[in-house]
Design a protein around this ligand. Structure first.
Ligand SMILES: Cc1cc2nc3c(=O)[nH]c(=O)nc-3n(C[C@H](O)[C@H](O)[C@H](O)COP(=O)(O)OP(=O)(O)OC[C@H]3O[C@@H](n4cnc5c(N)ncnc54)[C@H](O)[C@@H]3O)c2cc1C
Length: 467
C-alpha cells in the first residue's frame, strides 16, 4: 500500500521509477516496509512509501535523477544501526537501501588501501585487513553489522578512537552520487593532496543529506605486533578519571580507555558473565598495542598508575582469550542495558577529558533527582559518554522526566565546553540542540552548503536542521 505525501503523486512517480529501476527490487508491501521504518534510535519511526534495494552506482544515479525530477525525498540506509534517527524515513520518502551493494573491490598492498562498496560491513573490512597483517582501526560497537557507507556518513568512532582516530582519518576518497544523479570522485590514493578545498571533509559526516557514497577508498595500517589488556576496578568514578588523566600525562596513549559505571557493569555481568566485580563503582578497560617490549612496559606503568590513583584491583589479561573476554564486556554494554527495560535511549555527549568525572557525577545526581535509571559507559580516553536511559516509552510521565533530564545533560555539556554528539550524529534526535551546540551562524553555513548541493532538498530532508 502506498502512502500519499500530499506533495506529489507518489503512486504515479513510483510507476515512472519502474522504468529506470528493476521493479523486483522496489518494495511497497506494508509487511516489507515495516523493517525500514526505524533505526537503532528509540521512539522514532515512520513508514516509507517504498524501499529501493540498489546494487550499483548506475542504479543509485538513476534513482537520484528520478527523485530530483519528481521531487521525491530519498533517505539512504545502510543497515539501520544509527542512533540519531539518520535513516528513519521522512514522510513520503523512498528508502534507498545500500546493504546489498556490498563487494570488496580492491586490496592494494603497495599503497595500503582497500576499495569497497558502501554496503560492506565494518567487520568484513577489519577481517580482510587482518587476514594479511594489516589493521583497519575504526571499530564502532556495532561493527559486526554496521556498513562502511553508514560509518562514513556518520563519521563513526569506536573503542580504538583515542589512539587511532575515527572513520574520517581512514577515508582517502570516495565515489559519490549527487542529488542531481551526477557521479563524482573525490580524493585518491595520494598520501598528500592539497589541491583545492577539502571536499572530503564536507561529505564525511554529512549523514545522507548531501550525497550518496557508492565506493569508498580506505587507508590501512600495519597491524600492531601485540596487545595487552588490563581491567582496573574502582570504588570511586573520580579515581578512574584521575587514572586516565595520569596515563595521558605520563605520556602514554593507549588504544583503548573505556569505562563502565556500576549499573552498566552489573547489567553486563548478568548478560555476559565475564567476572566483573559487581560491587565496584566503576571499571576501566585499558588496552595498549604495539611492539611487545613497548607494550609490556606501558602495561606495567598503566597498572602502577591505576593503583596509585585508587584502583582496588588491577587485572592484566594473561591470554588472548581473557583479553577478548574483557573487551567483549565493554562491547556488549549497550546490548546488556537494552535487555533491562522496554525502551533504551542511548546518549552520546562528549566533554573535555578534564570534565569527565564531574559530568558523570552530574548525571548520577540527575538520575536520582528525576527518579530515572541511567547507566553510564563510554570512551573515557576521549571524553565521550553514553548515558543510557532505561525507560518505557509507554509511560508518559517517565518519558517527560527523561526529556527534562536529557535537556539538562545538554546544557551541562555546553557549560563544560562539550558537544551534543561525539560519534552518533545529529539526525533527528539531536536536531533541536544543534544551534545551541555549534551556534546559529554555523548552522546557517551548513544550510547554505545543503542548498548548494541539494537545491531541491531531496536527500534526507529535515535531518540535522530545517532548510
Ligand atoms: C549496539 C550499537 C553500538 C554502536 N556503537 C557505536 C560506536 O561505538 N561508535 C559509533 O560511532 N556509532 C555506534 N553505533 C551507531 C551506528 O552503528 C553507527 O552510526 C553506524 O555508522 C551506522 O551504520 P549503518 O550502516 O547502520 O547506517 P544507517 O543507520 O543505516 O545510516 C546512518 C546514516 O548514514 C546515512 N547513510 C547510510 N549509508 C549511506 C551512504 N552509502 N551514503 C550516504 N549516506 C548514507 C543514512 O542516511 C543515515 O543518515 C552503535 C549502534 C548500535 C546499535
Amino acid at each position: 500500500m502506498l502512502i500519499s505525501n500530499g506533495m506529489a503523486d507518489l503512486t504515479g512517480n513510483l510507476r515512472s521509477l519502474g522504468l529506470v529501476f528493476p521493479a523486483e527490487r522496489i518494495l511497497t508491501a506494508d509487511v516489507d516496509l515495516v523493517p525500514y521504518s526505524f533505526d537503532g534510535t528509540a521512539v522514532l519511526s515512520q513508514r516509507p512509501s517504498a524501499v529501493l534495494l540498489a546494487t550499483t552506482t548506475d542504479e543509485v544515479s538513476r534513482i537520484l535523477h528520478w527523485a530530483n525530477e519528481t521531487r521525491t525525498p530519498v533517505v539512504a540506509r545502510g543497515t539501520g544501526t544509527g542512533l540519531s534517527g539518520g535513516s528513519v524515513p521522512t514522510p513520503g520518502c523512498v528508502v534507498l537501501c545500500l546493504s546489498r551493494f556490498d563487494q570488496v573491490l580492491e586490496l592494494d598492498r603497495r599503497n595500503l588501501t582497500l576499495l569497497v562498496e558502501p554496503g560492506v560491513t565494518t567487520q568484513t573490512i577489519f577481517d580482510r585487513a587482518d587476514a594479511i597483517g594489516l589493521l583497519y582501526p575504526p571499530d564502532p560497537g556495532s561493527m559486526k553489522i554496521s556498513t562502511i557507507g553508514g560509518n562514513v556518513a556518520n563519521n563513526s568512532g569506536g573503542l580504538r578512537g583515542l589512539k587511532y582516530g575515527v572513520t574520517k582519518d581512514y577515508v582517502m576518497g570516495f565515489e559519490l552520487v549527487l542529488p542531481s544523479g551526477e557521479v563524482v570522485w573525490i580524493g585518491n590514493k595520494c598520501v598528500k593532496d592539497v589541491a583545492g578545498y577539502s571536499l572530503r571533509e564536507v561529505f564525511i559526516g554529512s549523514e545522507g543529506t548531501l550525497g550518496i557514497f557508492t565506493k569508498i577508498l580506505l587507508r590501512l595500517l600495519p597491524r600492531p605486533a601485540a596487545k595487552k589488556t588490563l581491567l582496573a576496578v574502582y570504588a570511586r568514578m573520580e579515581d578512574a578519571a584521575e587514572t586516565v588523566s595520569a596515563i595521558i600525562a605520563h605520556p602514554i596513549i593507549p588504544c583503548t580507555l573505556e569505562f563502565l559505571d556500576k549499573m552498566t557493569l552489573n547489567c553486563v555481568e548478568d548478560y555476559a558473565k565475564v567476572g566483573l566485580p559487581r560491587e565496584a563503582e566503576a571499571v576501566l578497560l585499558m588496552e595498549t598495542d604495539g611492539h611487545p617490549a613497548v607494550i609490556a612496559d606501558e602495561a606495567q606503568i598503566m597498572a602502577q598508575l591505576a593503583r596509585t590513583h585508587g584502583a582496588l584491583e588491577v587485572r592484566v589479561a594473561e591470554t588472548t582469550e581473557e583479553s577478548l573476554r574483557l573487551a567483549t564486556a565493554r562491547r556488549s554494554a549497550f546490548a546488556a542495558l537494552a535487555r533491562v527495560a522496554p525502551t533504551t535511549i542511548l546518549e552520546d555527549v562528549t566533554v573535555p577529558r578534564s570534565e569527565l568525572a564531574g559530568m558523570v557525577a552530574f548525571i548520577q545526581t540527575l538520575a536520582h533527582r528525576h527518579n530515572l535509571r541511567i547507566g553510564i559507559f563510554g570512551h573515557m580516553g576521549d571524553g565521550n559518554l553514553h548515558p543510557t536511559f532505561l525507560t518505557n516509552e509507554k509511560d508518559a510521565d517517565e518519558m517527560h522526566r527523561v526529556e527534562l533530564a536529557f535537556a539538562e545533560i545538554v546544557t551541562e555539556t555546553a557549560r563544560r565546553g562539550g558537544t551534543i554528539t561525539g560519534e552518533h550524529g545529529v539526525g533527528l534526535a539531536k536536531k533541536k540542540f544543534l544551534p545551541e551546540s555549534v551556534g546559529g551562524l554555523n548552522v546557517e553555513l551548513m544550510r547554505n552548503l545543503k542548498r548548494l548541493f541539494d537545491p531541491n532538498l531531496i536527500l534526507n530532508p529535515g535531518k540535522m536542521f530545517d532548510c
